[in-house]
Write a protein that binds this ligand. Sequence first.
Ligand SMILES: NC(=O)c1ccc[n+]([C@@H]2O[C@H](COP(=O)([O-])OP(=O)(O)OC[C@H]3O[C@@H](n4cnc5c(N)ncnc54)[C@H](OP(=O)(O)O)[C@@H]3O)[C@@H](O)[C@H]2O)c1
Length: 254
Amino acid sequence: MGDKPDLTGKVAIVTGGGKGIGRAIALGLAEAGAKVMVASRTGPELESTVAEIQQKGGQAAARVTDLSKPEESEALLATTLEDFGTVDIVVNNAARSVLRPLMDIREDGIDKIFQVNVKAPLLLSRAAAKVMMGKGGGKIVNITTVGAERGGPFMGVYFASKAALKMLTMCMAVEWAPFNINVNAVGPAMTKTDFSKPLWSNPEMHSQLAARIPQGRLAEPEDIVGAVLFLCSDAANFINGTTLYVDGGALANS
Ligand SMILES: NC(=O)c1ccc[n+]([C@@H]2O[C@H](COP(=O)([O-])OP(=O)(O)OC[C@H]3O[C@@H](n4cnc5c(N)ncnc54)[C@H](OP(=O)(O)O)[C@@H]3O)[C@@H](O)[C@H]2O)c1
């Protein structure tokens, strides 16, 4: 178990758990003792996460899910209840973005970003919260970004969606705190995954991006895990509606 909190027996859903930050979170939750359901649209990636968890002696399952379809959030929860009997933790990590000026982004692109980044976390969270309310509580962690706090070019709709998710985090926390449900967010700075690869794969841009971060480097997916595990643990029982930024000091430097 090492320095990880003890989440033995807890059941967690991680959206986008097949790759990047979501995969690292799923592995971290499993190492802490949780049973993990991972979900995204890409079955082989999910199966790879499940296999790695099982190889390490953990319990995991996968459900192919397109979170842009509202009914699939409900189906994801139903599968989790069938496989593991309950739900204690939801990590809303899946997201989509597009690197394009606001003048050029297509109207249906705006809708798709808000469907996956805002609507889906609300639908999955409230479906899970109904179960959590019946069992005395639970933890919900929404993955946002430092871009929820400050503007920038070419990702305006994505940033706006994450600012909306930050506000939903606060409002879910307010409405569900009486049921002992903690809803918080974790906001990474740029992290080396496929999501941001178009930016950091250019060596010159990589240096420029790292120079803006006081700790002098971009995050690795594993850097984000500790904050999520903490917010899912009993140590965070009186933390509600807040965002924990994991950014190497980036926001403090603006
Ligand atoms: N990387 C960064 O620099 C960075 C910085 C700040 C915040 N974040 C946040 O961190 C989280 C994880 O990002 P990442 O960097 O790990 O990205 P990633 O490697 O591209 O992973 C994104 C995940 O979201 C899933 N996803 C996208 N659309 C989906 C849909 N319609 N239905 C179900 N799953 C869907 C993807 O799976 P499929 O495509 O297979 O469905 C994938 O598993 C996101 O919330 C992102 O906003 C990332």
